[in-house]
Design a protein around this ligand. Sequence first.
Ligand code: ADP
Length: 268
Amino acid sequence: MTKKTYQKPDVSREALENTLADLTRKLWESNQKLEREEQTRRELLANLSHDLRAPMTALASAVELLQSGREINDEDYRELLGMMSRRLKTMQSMMEELFLLSRIEDPNRELVRERVQAGVFLEEFFFSNEADSKYAERELVLEVPEDFPYAVEIDVEQIIRVLDNLFTNALRYSDAGARIILGASVTGEGDFLEISVRDTGMGIAEEDLPHIFERSYRADRSRTPKDNGSGLGLAIAKGIVERHGGRIECSSKVGEGSCFRVFLPLAK
Ligand code: ADP
């Protein structure tokens, strides 16, 4: 019977210490990341409950008024119903977007990718919006080259969601007569499709620009007085684009307009 002998591993003390230091640093970094995520989650919850309170309070007072049996003239009655319907829509869109955000962040949910021709895909998206009456007072412009032979492998439903968010924002943060331009090109190195959504709307203040992709961030209402968004649209868009291995950027000037750029890896 052979006897097993203990062999000292051939590793220097210095190497072991380095490995330990490396592991400690990694652990600390992932802990920091978790803490940041937890903080964002807490802020999101706080913002959401704050944002839900305003429409809920308005709805509760409206219902109380209707129940009180007090005389209301036709015009006030219509206005009251209109207000209730707008508040309900805001709450509905907040709930939908929140649901979507949780689905996007679900690590178990795979993207359903399919190969699409970028030019054809963007044209279809553009024309379906052009036909939508909500854009009747905007000038929609398509700047996708006619011959654009590039393909991407995307989860079509999700990328449409991103473009929808950008278009809806361009509409929401602009006035009648503004232009909304959908463009496409390929980046210098030829490995990314660049989709741009530009508008000639109110633009974004410099102090808001670094935060607009954060969950539930909305610019100060004195700067952007439009109040029917959930503040989740751009966070959702960023999440979707990043899951595709891409990125999203924005440049903007108050009073001149904004430009959102989405970069998606081209199919091999
Ligand atoms: P919201 O539901 O409030 O529109 P988003 O996440 O879509 O939320 O956008 C975050 C904020 O970024 C908006 O509240 C608005 O202040 C600003 N923003 C987004 N898109 C535009 C745009 N095209 N023009 C001006 N401001 C914009």
